[in-house]
Design a protein around this ligand. Structure first.
Ligand code: P6P
Length: 336
């Protein structure tokens, strides 16, 4: 009999990870299982968005001022409804909702907190460009009852899990619980996420930089000098780098995770804190990149060290290969 490939489903992987922690109650596994279901339900709509006239926009604006597209709303509601009744979370927060999202009274409040961006890069939906869902999980900070804003506003180093689902040429569920980063590709024919990227490690140095260079004129001088440096011809230091920019954080971060280099959304004169949100974009992506052996920064320290003050706060973000992010920090700090 031909040797069958080692089929490891996400469900089985989660269960095996739980067995490696004797004290585990199964609550954490249950949360991840529910997230996996939510991912499949969102994928089902995203994969046929162009066919069922789900596109278009609503009049509702979200807290970040983006026009909310119908698929955004669907993904937001789908994730909430998949997670609200399992008894695993005590409170949630989403990019699409200004305030925290309570668990309905009829359901048990669990010991975890979920923050998520239901459909990152949704402005690209109509152009069929890669989009994604991003999630961040903490243990609750309070002890009992309904979760609170305090449960949500925890620094990124306290995350117990984080990850994303990238809806591209294939759909991949990438996550970490602090024991490495693993990717699972959806096989639509069986409706299972199958282990395809075990223990992802980011290259120490890359050759790609990824950011919106259209903001160049508004950047501080250190950032301008760093990008100019990457574009100079110097074979000894493997320059010039190539620019790759999808315009979806999930897509640009995923490519950076696999190929190396640096993804950035710096602050600038108009938006000193940049465009990306700390709690449900930068923290989870920084957790993934650091778990894969890379580096994150807000320009001066790890993104995971930022003490949040509000749910939708922005932060400058630099993610990627350790050597690339370190060099960027040296330019930003005037050391080069
Ligand atoms: P810009 C998508 O709208 C998003 O929130 C991120 O996914 C992405 O990295 C960024 O904004 C792109 O912003 O200003 O380059 O269009």
């Amino acid at each position: 009999m031909s040797a069958l490939p080692k089929f490891m489903t996400l469900e089985r992987f989660i269960n095996e990870q739980e067995m490696m922690h004797p004290g585990a109650t199964g609550e954490f596994s249950g949360l991840l299982h529910d997230l996996s279901l939510a991912a499949k339900l969102v994928w089902r709509e995203v994969s046929k968005a162009g066919l069922v006239n789900i596109l278009g926009t609503t009049d509702r604006m979200n807290v970040s001022g983006d026009v909310v597209k119908k698929l955004d709303e669907f993904a937001d509601e789908t994730i909430y409804k998949a997670m609200d009744h399992g008894g695993h979370v005590c409170v949630m927060a989403s990019e699409e909702n200004e305030d925290i999202l309570q668990i309905p009274d009829q359901y048990t409040a669990g010991k975890y907190v979920l923050l998520y961006d239901p459909l990152d890069g949704s402005s690209n939906i109509d152009a069929n460009i890669t989009i994604g869902s991003i999630f961040s999980v903490f243990k609750r900070a309070t002890t009992t009852g309904k979760g609170t804003l305090q449960d949500c506003l925890q620094p990124g180093y306290k995350q117990v899990a984080a990850g994303y689902i990238i809806y591209g040429s294939s759909t991949i569920f990438v996550y970490s619980t602090g024991h490495g980063v693993h990717g699972f590709t959806l096989d639509p024919s069986v409706g299972e996420f199958l282990l395809s990227h075990e223990d992802i490690r980011i290259p120490v140095k890359g050759k790609i930089y990824s950011l919106n260079e259209g903001n160049f004129c508004n950047w501080e001088s250190g950032m301008q000098r760093y990008i100019q440096y990457l574009k100079e011809q110097d074979k000894a230091t493997d320059r010039p780098y190539s620019l790759r920019y999808i315009g979806t954080m999930v897509g640009d971060s995923h490519r950076t995770l696999l190929y190396g280099g640096i993804f950035a959304y710096p602050g600038d004169k108009k938006n000193p804190q940049g465009k990306l949100r700390l709690m449900y974009e930068c923290n989870p992506m920084a957790f993934i990149i650091e778990q894969a052996g890379g580096r994150s920064s807000d320009g001066t320290k790890s993104v995971l060290q930022v003490q949040p003050a509000s749910l939708h706060q922005h932060t400058p973000v630099f993610l990627g290969s350790t050597e690339d992010v370190k060099m960027c920090e040296e330019f930003l700090q005037g050391k080069r």
